[in-house]
Design a protein. Structure first.
Length: 385
């Protein structure tokens, strides 16, 4: 048994994707540590994938090629790979369409030491979001001097689990997998029954847990075609962090975001330095159903009308938002011009106007297509510069 996180690569039928991941792993810095590599191939996997895994030379420690006897599918395959935490204490799980930064293992090791025993941490992400999975809009955090943040949303594009963290999930799963889950965000409820990430999010919400995320990404999703997508999607391909590590901070001091990619109220209070008498939630992406919100107020965005009678403390918050924007401390217009509305008044907007702003399926795919074209054109331009 090794104290160093083992690397578990999940593969099936994408030899080109697997080659890209293995090439990036071989270039990474492992601090002269002995690191176990496991390549787990789902049953019925492509012969080219099996041959590549068997012939791959891993100079940093032992290599194990694990071939599943039957086809599990991604959900069951991920759950099966999580059991490696019992053998190695902790694992870094990487699906084959990812690539890693040279310093990914250093960050993972340091983050593990910093928060492995924190009860609210359900896992450590190596990926950092640039786009919200909720609405496909730009997502960024406030610059606050910390290099990591917490979000109540599981990472699936490069993540570290300890044995304790994984055991917490599978113990919950044994009793809850077949139950209906109604408190998930609508965009997650639309995910299929074969999504392990959907179940993990339900676990995190019910148990009040978070993933630790870096503000700069140590993995990127190259979006290779696979079982679930016939076309290559570059929507979540992000720049990789070029350094080896980020500063680790106490989890109590980190910004927190909920399952809708919205900042949590306590984080906002701390950032703007104001105490608010009434309960509120941020709804800047306008994806929350007022009927499911227990707070009295929404802090919304431009398309939400503003309530006329509000506590004076909220006026101070709006002023603080404006000051942060004027000082150019907000990296995106996500935080500009927020408006406050009573949740009970927002119910009418939700019923009558939400369709204008809610991303439809057609709108979603139009956005993805446009984003892919931009990515391809940018790659061509860089190649000829």
């Amino acid at each position: 048994m090794t104290p160093n996180p083992a690397i578990v690569v999940v593969a099936y039928n994408r030899p080109q994707a697997l080659k890209g991941l293995l090439d990036s792993l071989i270039k990474a810095d492992y601090q002269e540590l002995e690191v176990q590599l496991i390549i787990s191939i789902d049953g019925g996997g492509d012969k080219a994938v099996i041959d590549m895994a068997n012939s791959f030379v891993w100079p940093f420690g032992n290599k194990l090629v694990s071939k599943q006897p039957v086809r599990l599918g991604l959900k069951k395959h991920i759950v099966a790979c999580g059991s490696f935490t019992r053998l190695f204490n902790s694992i870094i799980l990487l699906e084959d369409d990812l690539e890693v930064a040279p310093g990914f293992y250093t960050f993972a090791s340091h983050a593990l030491k910093a928060c492995a025993n924190e009860p609210i941490i359900a896992g450590i992400s190596l990926y950092s979001y640039a786009i919200s999975e909720c609405t496909y809009e730009s997502f960024k955090t406030y610059p606050d001097g910390h290099d990591t943040y917490l979000m109540q949303f599981p990472s699936s594009w490069g993540q570290l689990w300890t044995e304790q963290q994984w055991h917490g999930f599978v113990s919950w799963l044994d009793n809850h997998e077949k139950q209906s889950h109604t408190n998930l965000p609508p965009f997650v409820q639309r995910w299929g029954q074969y999504s392990w990430k959907k179940l993990f999010l339900q676990y995190m919400i019910e148990e009040s847990k978070y993933f630790l995320y870096p503000k700069q990404s140590f993995t990127t999703n190259k979006g290779y075609p696979g079982v679930h997508f016939a076309l290559r999607l570059m929507l979540y391909d992000v720049p990789l962090h070029k350094g080896k590590e980020l500063t680790q901070s106490s989890v109590e001091n980190l910004q927190r975001f909920d399952a809708y990619f919205e900042m949590e109220p306590e984080t906002l209070k701390r950032l703007v330095g104001e105490e608010l008498e009434d309960t509120f939630e941020l709804n800047l992406f306008e994806a929350k159903d007022p009927n499911e919100v227990k707070a009295k107020y929404f802090i919304g965005h431009l398309s939400l009308f503003e309530s006329k009678q509000l506590p004076s403390s909220f006026t101070k918050v709006i002023k603080s938002f404006s000051q942060l924007t004027e000082l150019k401390l907000t990296p995106t217009n996500y935080y500009q011009s927020p408006r406050i509305v009573r949740v009970e008044e927002a119910e009418y907007y939700w019923r009558t106007q939400r369709g204008i702003h809610k991303p439809s399926t057609i709108g979603k795919w139009f956005f993805i297509a446009k984003y892919n074209v931009f990515k391809y054109l940018n790659a061509i331009r860089q190649r000829f510069q």
